[in-house]
Design a protein around this ligand. Structure first.
Ligand code: F6P
Length: 468
């Protein structure tokens, strides 16, 4: 492995998806842009120009080339890309992390069919172990004595243990952006894997989660499988309000806002913004909207659902099938209700952040109905940005729900009928109640920033966290 310059300020961040994503421009030159996702947008401004080092996976061929050409820094962020052979990477990322751990933690398995740990499984698990070992090795090389290492997410469950064996001077925290499984569900994992994951994570000084419910589940799994409690802490991420306002003021967002007003022509607006992701429950959201039109004749022709959904993890058959089902269902609802002048569902499949920001400023209702979600930052970004006293309809299974519960209409995400009733209630709500909820939502949603979240991780690394 190449020489790694040490992390200047004694902070090393590890995550699968890094802060920079490389691509080749028309002239064949490699250029970097900011990587996607809430973790990167929250953390990147805090670590840029700080001397901290961010270790991430080379996820594309352009990333691999950038890494080989020694391109390691852009936008003030120092990175090191872990360059694994593509087959090993795909097994670790697609097969183990996304098709098993992600499904397990979000309660997505249809147990009559999946998971199935067959003979190819060992190879995939070895790839995941190699991937984790490569991250740990990179951190070991770069971290100065006594450094703090912030290990992010389920991709890197084995890293804290490896670090504690190789470099006991380091203080590693593991933070999960996902929920966690209850012991009964966790028991589907092969025994060796279950032990490795829990021992791997719990070797950290402490393990953090966005919501107490997920921390408690992790703790219960450690008790059940390892026979000892876990050291956990809870710290939810907040939106970067300054950055959101900057995007909202940009020409692209302003133009998108104008186009949206034209498209709506005075109609009410239900918005959702998600990755195309089974746990986001977009299908039941569409069914609830269809039912809303069926039960509320006065809304027919007078409301639009704007579903901004961006492609994700397309290496997995489940995600491709989910996308196809989503497109079919949206077009079914439109076939059923659309008139010459009104299309009830606008499904836009692209990653256009300024467009999302413009929609969040303008919604009458924001629907966030995940089956289960580690946090669901958009439920905070919405109230932080919205200028029309919009109402949030929020799943109680989102990690953000306990924080926002007094300012939202709550739903059971599986109950399509109740979701449709809450959409109706939100649309019928009087101005005064809307204003009151929106004000409370703004206050609760902006109470914490990415800086609070980073500070909590640093504090957890510095002090011995209390056992939960
Ligand atoms: O929030 C959980 C998470 O896995 C992040 O770690 C990640 O950046 C995001 O979801 C999107 O997933 P992916 O990086 O696989 O596109």
């Amino acid at each position: 492995m190449e020489e790694l310059a040490p992390a200047g300020d004694g902070l090393v961040v590890l995550s699968n998806r890094g802060p920079l994503s490389w691509s080749r421009d028309a002239d064949g030159r490699l250029s970097a842009r900011r990587g996607g996702g809430g973790l990167v947008s929250g953390l990147a401004p805090l670590v840029s120009d700080s001397g901290a080092l961010w270790i991430a996976a080379a996820m594309s061929e352009a990333d691999r080339q950038a890494s080989r050409e020694g391109l390691t820094e852009a936008e003030g962020i120092r990175t090191h890309l872990v360059d694994l052979d593509p087959a090993t990477y795909r097994m670790a990322y697609d097969v183990v992390a996304n098709a098993v751990l992600w499904f397990l933690y979000h309660g997505l398995f249809d147990l009559t069919r999946r998971p199935r740990f067959e003979q190819g499984w060992r190879k995939a698990w070895d790839a995941y172990r190699d991937y984790n070992a490569a991250f740990a090795e990179a951190a070991v090389k770069a971290a100065p004595h006594g450094a703090t290492v912030l290990v992010q997410d389920y991709h890197l469950a084995l890293v804290p243990k490896r670090l504690s064996e190789l470099r006991p001077d380091l203080r590693a925290v593991h933070f999960s952006h996902t929920p966690f499984a209850e012991p009964g569900s966790f028991a589907v994992l092969p025994d060796r894997m279950a032990v490795d994951v829990l021992e791997g994570m719990s070797a950290a000084v402490a393990c953090g989660f966005h919501d107490r419910r997920w921390a408690d589940r992790f703790d219960a799994c450690c008790e059940a499988v390892l026979g000892r409690p876990a050291r956990t802490f809870v710290s939810s991420l907040g939106p970067d309000v300054e950055d959101l306002r900057k995007v909202a003021a940009s020409e692209q967002a302003v133009q998108a806002g104008r186009a949206l007003e034209e498209q709506l022509a005075g109609r009410r607006l239900v918005v959702r913004v998600d990755r195309i992701e089974p746990s986001k429950n977009i299908l039941r959201g569409l069914l609830a909207f269809d039912r809303l039109l069926e039960t509320h004749a006065e809304l027919v022709g007078r409301v639009v659902m704007l579903a901004l959904a961006y492609p994700s993890r397309e290496g997995l058959a489940e995600y491709l099938a989910y996308r196809a089902e989503l497109e079919t269902l949206a077009s079914d609802v439109n076939l059923r209700w659309a008139t010459d002048s009104w299309r009830p569902v606008e499904l836009e499949l692209g990653d256009d952040f300024p467009r999302s920001v413009a929609a969040l400023e303008r919604y009458d209702v924001l629907l966030v109905n995940p089956i289960r979600d580690g946090l669901n930052l958009v439920a905070k970004e919405g109230p932080a940005l919205n200028r029309t006293d919009g109402v949030v309809v929020l799943s109680r299974e989102a990690g953000v729900w306990p924080e926002l519960r007094d300012a939202v209409l709550t739903i059971n995400p599986f109950d399509v009928e109740a979701t449709s009733e809450q959409l109706a209630r939100a649309l019928a709500m009087g101005d005064e109640e809307r204003a009151r909820l929106a004000e409370q939502g703004r206050r609760l949603a902006t109470a914490r920033s990415p800086a609070h979240w980073l500070a909590d991780q640093m504090a957890a690394a510095a002090e011995e966290a209390q056992s939960s």
